[in-house]
Design a protein. Sequence first.
Length: 141
Amino acid sequence: MLPEYARYLASLKLTRVTPRQIIDAHAKQHGSVWNTLPPKALWGYTVPTLKVIDRIGAEFDMPAKEIVSVYRSPAYNARCRGAKSNSWHRSNVAADVRFPVKPSTVTSLARKLRGQGVFAGGVGGYGGFTHIDTRGTNVDW
């Protein structure tokens, strides 16, 4: 499944986010629980969010430094500190991202793009990364 998923991600033709960064975000563990790749039925759900991140990178004229988290399996999500059981990461519509600028700068730009109608979703600023999702309704934290 990994080669097919990598081809799918490459077909998106993102310029500021690499398929490797997305795949690496899945290859993490909390305690004894490893995350997984998303089920194939959910692959397309992340595309709008990845395109927003790609757009942010284009606005900054720099690639994303790291995709911290994208899809989270139910078992893995349960181990993530502060994660809600109905996290948008479980639906594959959320991503946590780092750029080589202050997270507050990324959060501000994401909110500006959202205000311009580029996407509808959640934007949350954290100390080390920015959460972006395309849930369809605008929320901030």
